[in-house]
Design a protein around this ligand. Structure first.
Ligand code: FAD
Length: 462
């Protein structure tokens, strides 16, 4: 009899889960599979919203496995080989993780597994096309989205597979010491293992788990998808899918979403947005350093403000009290729901970088702390795109005007009223900066940075 391990990470579902299926196939008839999730202590550094959502996803996953998810706490390079040794498994199946963090973790686990005579087997990825696969004709990575989109569509993806059936799930007993490396006893549930003292998750978080992801997909396909191209930019209208947290944690795979999209402008525009997610992961796969370093050379020379004045400005931005209603509405939506509409993410991010001259990384960290869909590839490349330091064709001189954006995308004021009811009254602060003046300042700083990069200067100035 063979036992295998399916180690879950960002793939918290049973349907169309190639790593799970591979573990079941390898175990064979009568064999057993350990469905394992490891609460890596580093997970505790992530924001309360994401940990809370993750705990709910794990509860759901465990339910889908008949209550037989093996939950262990501790560093994966200690826990995974320990479990492999306990059950005599020689193959541990995972969905590949191409982030810098994921690659380092998996390399450490691979080395540790080799010491107990086992190996790590990556299968598939959290993307329709694995990052790094789509290349230009000369084999180089794409740096601009539109040609990437064309090549990505041309590459295609296989249809989704159903959940494996007939598998026997095995949850090994961690023993009287409660688990490896003196971690907490495994009888604790995901909510306990992922909680931090003083946690206060946002009140309006989405319902976690695979079934909720499918419900959100059905609700979107039932109507909004047809008008997606026209409505996706209006934050006051429920015109987008709200699938991002489910894709982030793998409650849904993009293949499952793409397989359901028909023809027409709405589905085509939606496919394009899913491709942005894939593009961000592709860029990060080729340049893992770009999670926290500017892609564009001039970005390293951009002068940003730090110190008490910048701190005060950051505090007003993050609490949604800038006096710019669209920015404030977005930042308050983030605090209330752990989510923000894409159009407003762009405007709020632009405001921090180009009106307040604060380093994009500070904003990216705040977003990651609060977003339930917080994902280094999409978030940090979203920030780099807005900051003008990223991949694209969004040049630095494109500075979002928060008032013009509000008039255009929230014309009846419904979105702003929902989150900033006092906007337009004496209780609301006046604009904290003069947008025109700050825009000119941002452009001047960029010009300096560009010249410094061209002159071959040695890096960022404080
Ligand atoms: C500064 C900034 C930070 C961002 N941070 C994140 C993040 O941490 N996690 C995240 O998933 N998305 C992030 N995005 C992208 C985008 O804002 C969200 O994916 C989207 O708002 C999620 O809502 P939705 O599911 O209703 O989107 P929909 O409009 O329904 O889009 C469907 C799916 O396509 C993907 N998608 C859509 N737009 C983008 C985009 N611009 N980049 C990458 N993927 C996209 C998402 O997976 C999304 O769920 C960020 C964008 C910006 C400008």
């Amino acid at each position: 009899m063979t036992a295998t391990i399916a180690w879950f990470r960002r793939d918290l579902r049973v349907a169309d889960q190639p790593a799970l299926r591979a573990a079941v196939d390898e175990a064979g008839p009568g064999g057993e599979v350990v469905p394992l999730f490891v609460v890596d202590p580093r997970l505790l550094a992530t924001g309360a919203n994401r940990r809370h959502f993750l705990a709910g996803c794990l509860e759901e996953l465990s339910g889908a496995l008949g209550g037989r998810l093996a939950l262990r706490a501790g560093p994966p390079e200690l826990v995974v080989p320990r479990v492999a040794a306990e059950v005599g498994a020689t193959r541990v199946f995972v969905t590949g993780d191409g982030t810098g963090f994921g690659r380092r973790r998996d390399a450490a686990v691979e080395r540790a597994l080799a010491r107990v005579g086992a190996s790590l087997v990556p299968v598939s990825s959290p993307y329709a096309v694995p990052p790094g696969r789509v290349r230009t004709g000369t084999g180089t990575p794409y740096r601009v989205f539109t040609p990437f989109l064309r090549a990505w569509l041309g590459h295609g993806w296989r249809p989704p597979q159903p959940a494996p059936d007939g598998a026997r799930w095995l949850v090994p007993d961690p023993g009287p010491d409660g688990g490896p490396d003196d971690g907490p006893p495994a009888v604790l549930g995901p909510g306990d293992l992922l909680a931090r003292p003083g946690d206060a998750p946002a009140e309006d978080l989405p319902v976690p788990g695979e079934p909720a992801g499918h419900r959100a997909l059905e609700a979107f396909l039932d109507g909004p998808v047809e008008a997606y191209a026209a409505l996706r930019d209006l934050p006051g209208t429920p015109g987008t899918s709200r699938l991002s947290p489910y894709l982030r944690f793998g409650c849904l795979h993009p293949r499952q979403v793409l397989a359901r999209l028909g023809a027409g402008d709405g589905p085509a525009a939606f496919r394009g947005e899913l491709a942005w997610r894939e593009f961000a992961a592709d860029v990060l796969w080729h340049r893992p350093d770009s999670a926290w370093r500017p892609l564009a050379p001039a970005g390293a020379h951009l002068r940003c403000d730090a110190g008490p004045v910048a701190d005060e400005r950051f505090a007003r931005w993050s609490s949604g009290t800038t006096g710019f209603p669209l920015v404030d509405a977005g930042m308050r939506q983030l605090l209330a729901e752990g989510w923000m509409h894409n159009r407003v993410r762009m405007v709020a991010a632009s405001f921090l970088v180009k009106d307040l001259h604060v380093d994009w990384r500070r904003g990216a960290r705040w977003f990651l702390e609060h977003l339930v869909d917080g994902d280094v590839a999409s978030n940090n490349h979203g920030w780099q795109w807005v900051a003008g330091t990223g991949t694209d064709a969004a040049p630095f001189h494109r500075v979002f005007n928060p008032e013009a954006q509000r008039a255009r995308f929230d014309p009846d004021g419904g979105y702003v009223r929902r989150y900033v009811p006092e906007a337009g009254t004496a209780a609301y602060p006046p604009p904290m900066v003069d947008h025109g003046a700050e825009r000119a300042e941002a452009l001047a700083r960029w010009e300096d940075a560009r010249l410094a990069a061209r002159a071959g200067g040695g890096g960022a100035r404080a």
